[in-house]
Design a protein around this ligand. Structure first.
Ligand code: NAP
Length: 304
């Protein structure tokens, strides 16, 4: 039977450690602070940001939610970022993506101080990560490493195959695995003989954005499968493709009219040695790692 790598339990453990660190900092008169910038009224973004602000409250981290309207210009956003960069009670700046079309996201993310870049998207942090220096790493890939580490799945010497090369997930995940001494292969949409490569993976990380893309034939039996994908299935046909006869999922589909599946076909999990479920796996780590990065940024900025 494969091991299920329980993202919820690991997220709780990380949050408890962060809360303990916040207490230690409080004894020195320091309260870590996070500014969350939420532009416009994108419902999914509102839910994400609300969860992040709520996590701050639970852990004793100060938060400031800033909500510019969706007609804000790049220049006005740059002014806002400059203010946040200079505010001493703010240790982390989070700009919730996506941004409205008229705002140049790249210019904006590059304007965030690398010291306050708790999403780890700034080129300085990407470079530091690549150079193997201490860096604020992007939260989702950092969560992948925490899952492996805390589940005592060895990384050094293993062949890790990462499918997906986005700046937010695939590339930093590959870099973090390399820094942990895995032998890393990065695959993407132009990769030839993809299944041949994924079948060599001891650790397979899927960050593609396509429901159930990694099929059982693409997996080496006994491999560790890390599924970063979050894909919503809205139709009966899509649902049946993955979950026909699954009573628990059927109930969820009947209740909400949709269910979530990752980038790995759930049938492939049965072949694995261990896997992260969707939901209940990597997704739950992202906010915990954001909290951890905020405390880390607070300490780093003060030379602690
Ligand atoms: P993305 O920016 O769209 O990148 C997708 C990557 O997959 C690209 O590198 C693309 O290759 C590759 N790809 C697409 N089709 C492929 C194919 N047929 N064969 C091989 N590779 C293929 O997506 P992302 O932001 O990295 O997100 C990936 C997934 O993770 C999504 O499901 C997203 O919802 C999820 N996610 C979850 C969290 C979380 O858990 N909190 C956070 C972020 C993202 P090219 O570069 O060649 O186009």
């Amino acid at each position: 039977m494969p091991r299920i790598l329980d993202g919820a339990a690991i997220a709780v453990a990380i949050k408890q450690e962060v809360a303990a660190e916040v207490k230690l900092l409080a004894a020195q008169g320091i309260t870590p602070g996070l500014a969350a910038v939420l532009v416009g009224n994108v419902p999914a973004s509102e839910i994400y940001v609300r969860s992040k602000v709520q996590a701050c409250a639970e852990l004793g981290i100060y938060s400031d939610l800033i909500t510019p309207s969706d007609d804000i210009t790049t220049e006005a956003m740059l002014d806002l970022i400059a203010t946040l960069n200079s505010r001493n009670e703010i240790d982390g700046i989070l700009v919730q993506l996506p941004l409205p079309r008229q705002v140049d996201a790249k210019v904006l993310l590059d304007a965030v101080s690398p010291f306050k870049d708790v999403d780890g998207f700034h080129p300085v942090n990407a470079g530091r990560l690549q150079a193997g220096r201490p860096a604020l790493a992007p939260c989702t890939p950092a969560g992948v490493i925490e899952i492996l580490r805390r589940s005592e799945i060895s990384i050094a010497g293993q062949h890790a195959v990462v499918v997906g090369r986005s700046d937010i997930v695939g590339k930093p995940a590959a870099m973090l695995l390399l820094n942990q001494n895995a032998t890393v292969t990065i695959c993407h949409s132009k990769t030839r003989n993809l299944a041949e490569i994924t079948r060599q993976a001891d650790i397979l990380v899927a960050a593609i954005g396509r429901p159930g893309f990694i099929t059982p034939e693409m997996v080496k039996p006994g491999a560790t499968l890390i599924d970063v994908g979050i894909n919503r299935l809205n139709t009966r046909e899509e649902f049946d493709r993955f979950f026909l006869g699954n009573a628990k999922r059927e109930a969820a589909f009947a209740k909400r009219g949709s269910v979530i599946v990752g980038d790995i076909d759930p049938k492939a999990f049965e072949l694995s040695g261990a896997y992260t479920p969707v939901p209940g796996g990597v997704g739950l780590l992202t906010i915990a790692m954001l909290m951890a990065n905020t405390v880390r940024a607070a300490k780093m900025r003060r030379g602690l």
